[in-house]
Design a binder for this molecule. Structure first.
Ligand SMILES: [Zn+2]
Length: 228
């Protein structure tokens, strides 16, 4: 018997209740016992009904059997569109990718001494959860993000800024921050765009097509269906 299996289920449930859904789904892959515990947690039907409505039924949506684990499987498959913090569903066919939930680094709840793991300018994907635009905006204003090395605290011509950040034109209100001329402080503009697009990941998402992202969701749903 492995040491994981010697921990009583109630203890596991206490530990797991502090984790976000994507962290839970990683835990469910550890072994069969944890998979059973994680997939029967109340969080999955709660997340499902928060996203799709109290009246929603699992079966007509996905044609998968209505077992307890199906909620987890369905939520994992559709997680690219569901915010793990507010459980809100961001609609398919969104025209802008930054409107959708995107991975952003988080601290585990109640572990304030932990540091977010950054590798260079990029963060460790295992320390991320998917958050909608509104939750990302709140999260980065609380937590902040390190300033990338290629962002200067200098004045920059508006045309050069738009050249370096094609999303600058999209960030409504940024244009009026210019100091009466055609120049703007790059760091100030960058922080404005971070707030507007919901972090660095939102700024980067500007270049990605929503179609490609949705195709990925479809592939994931098919993959999860085969696991049942
Ligand atoms: Zn949210």
């Amino acid at each position: 018997m492995s040491s994981i299996n010697r921990v009583p289920n109630e203890v596991w449930e206490g530990i797991l209740s502090r984790l976000y859904p994507s962290q839970l789904s990683r835990m469910s892959m550890v072994n069969k016992n944890l998979n059973v515990i994680v997939s029967s947690l109340e969080v999955w039907p709660r997340m499902f009904h928060a996203a799709y409505g109290l009246e929603a039924q699992l079966r007509p949506l996905m044609c998968i059997p209505k077992a307890k684990s199906s909620y987890m499987i369905f939520m994992c498959a559709s997680s690219l569109h569901v915010c793990e913090k507010c459980f809100g569903l961001t609609g398919y066919n969104a025209h802008k990718l930054y409107w959708l939930p995107l991975p952003i680094p988080v601290l585990l709840p109640r572990r304030s001494t932990d540091m977010i793991k950054y590798v260079g300018d990029r963060f460790e994907p295992n320390w991320t959860i998917q958050m909608c635009l509104l939750c990302r905006q709140g999260h980065i204003s609380d937590l902040g993000e390190p300033v990338p090395r290629n962002v200067t605290n200098c004045s920059m011509a508006w045309v050069d800024l738009c050249d370096k950040y094609p999303c600058a034109n999209e960030a409504r209100g940024l244009f009026s921050l210019r100091r009466g001329n055609s120049f703007i402080n790059e760091l100030g503009a960058f922080n404005y765009m971070r707030r507007y697009f919901g972090g660095d990941i939102g700024i980067k998402a500007f270049k990605t097509s929503t179609e490609a992202y949705d195709a990925e969701t479809e592939t994931r749903i098919l993959w999860y269906q085969r696991q049942e």
